[in-house]
Write a protein that binds this ligand. Structure first.
Ligand SMILES: [Zn+2]
Length: 195
């Protein structure tokens, strides 16, 4: 079994630092993770940099992004990232096009954070997955998250949402066989749908 964390940041909140992605990969490797996805807000590393990180740290690193949409954070995975230059409707439309093509998977990050309920626009999206646990998912929300997953067929994920090295390794998912590419990860997430 492999440990995989699909929600890790590569930028420090306060100050930027060029080597932070390397430090996060190192921390992940030390904690026994086999694979991670870098999910920065509205931006992603170029494929050449992801390949370098994977090679130097002997860990799978998938392309992903954390996209704010209708006041929620959506984690998106795939070879092609959606266009995030527009507002909520444009972002949702870009995500929908890639999902319909089968090249993007979506996980709803930390639902019910700060007590906010899931908005109908997000429910309509029927995310492929939902985070049932993370640094930012409130434990009291677990019953509601399980209910949402059942109704919308979303798979359940446990990710760290690490913004600091010490948070890496606190949460992960088990995976029998590691996805071998970004598209393989998309297919893996879509297969894990509950219904
Ligand atoms: Zn995050």
């Amino acid at each position: 079994m492999h440990k995989i964390d699909l929600h890790i940041h590569y930028k420090r909140r306060k100050r930027d630092q060029d080597t932070f992605a390397d430090e996060m990969c190192r921390a992940a490797k030390e904690k026994g993770l086999s694979a991670i996805a870098f999910t920065e807000h509205d931006q992603h590393l170029p494929p050449s940099e992801l390949n370098r990180l994977a090679g130097e740290h002997s860990i799978c690193v998938y392309q992903a992004m954390e996209v704010q949409c209708y006041s929620h954070d959506l984690l998106v995975y795939g070879e092609t990232m959606p266009d995030v230059t527009g507002g909520d409707n444009e972002r949702a439309a870009s995500i929908a096009i890639l999902r319909e093509a089968g090249t993007l998977a979506v996980i709803l990050a930390h639902p019910f954070r700060k007590g906010k309920p899931i908005r109908p626009e997000i429910a309509e999206l029927s995310p492929d997955g939902i985070e049932v646990a993370s640094c930012n998912t409130p434990p009291w929300a677990i019953p509601a998250i399980l209910e949402f997953a059942k109704v919308h067929g979303s798979g359940l994920y446990v990710n760290s949402d690490a913004h600091k090295e010490r948070r890496v390794g606190g949460h992960w998912n088990y995976c029998r066989e590691l996805p071998q590419s970004n598209q393989d990860l998309v297919d893996w997430i879509r297969r894990r749908r509950v219904a």
